[in-house]
Design a protein around this ligand. Structure first.
Ligand code: MN
Length: 233
């Protein structure tokens, strides 16, 4: 194979207690998957079908990254999320067998340009510009399911400069991990390397340059970033 230009590097996340990396293919994100967060977004948290959006794989950056405040926004928000790493692909996966497709778990941030997201939402346009920008998906290392099993509860939290902003439990997900896997795979073929950000609890809020952000899911891992001023253009 001879490429006309250099192929882009494979994005990957480290696997805990391993010398191997998890290659990232796609990043699926679940919207409004905690009741209190749906309410703070001005929506009724009824159990309608989940909705999904994607971020590009190269939006994933490692925990500990310094992230320049992104362009075109004045309201960048943090969203702490439990992340599922798919190790075995499939189409029309049943909820009963869904967890067999999970390689492991991580903790991520669904960074959101909230002003752009809401402007798009109100105009009936795609969320893309609000959600799928560069470095919008910081992610921890992955702990394997073979190491910790398949958690269904655990505190999920986020702090900014040491002050807690988000504090909930992953047991409060409206749509469980098996249900999310079944739902996505009914529409798209899930493949090894896919990450699924499962949604954020309430308490989302703005970040500014200089903020030190830390978050985690107890029993799974932690993720942190530092916000820097907007990069010089
Ligand atoms: Mn989110």
């Amino acid at each position: 194979m001879k490429y006309a230009i250099s192929p882009p590097p494979q994005v990957s996340v480290t696997v805990r207690d391993s010398d191997s990396h998890f290659p990232v293919r796609r990043v699926y994100c679940v919207g409004r998957n905690y009741e209190a967060h749906a309410r703070e977004m001005g929506k009724d948290p009824t159990r309608e079908a989940p909705f999904i959006f994607q971020k590009p794989a190269d939006a994933v950056v490692v925990s500990g990254s310094v992230i320049e405040y992104p362009p075109q926004t004045r309201n960048l928000h943090h969203e702490i999320e439990w992340v599922v790493a798919i190790g075995k692909g499939g189409f029309n996966i049943s909820t009963d067998s869904a967890l067999q497709h999970v390689f492991g778990y991580a903790v991520g941030l669904d960074l959101t340009r909230r002003d752009l997201q809401f402007a798009a939402r109100d105009a009936g346009c795609p969320w893309e510009w609000g959600k799928a920008f560069d470095k919008s998906a910081p992610c921890s290392d992955i702990v394997t399911a073979s190491a910790i099993g398949h958690p269904s509860q655990g505190r999920i939290w986020l702090s900014v400069n040491g002050v807690t902003r988000q504090d909930a439990d992953i047991s409060q997900l409206i749509w469980s991990v098996p249900e999310i896997i079944a739902f996505i795979s009914s529409s798209m073929i899930l493949q090894p390397g896919d990450l699924v950000f499962t949604g954020t609890p309430s308490g989302v809020g703005p970040l500014v340059a200089g903020d030190v952000v830390a978050g985690g899911v107890d029993g799974i891992g932690s993720v942190g970033i530092t916000m820097a001023p907007t990069a010089a253009q």
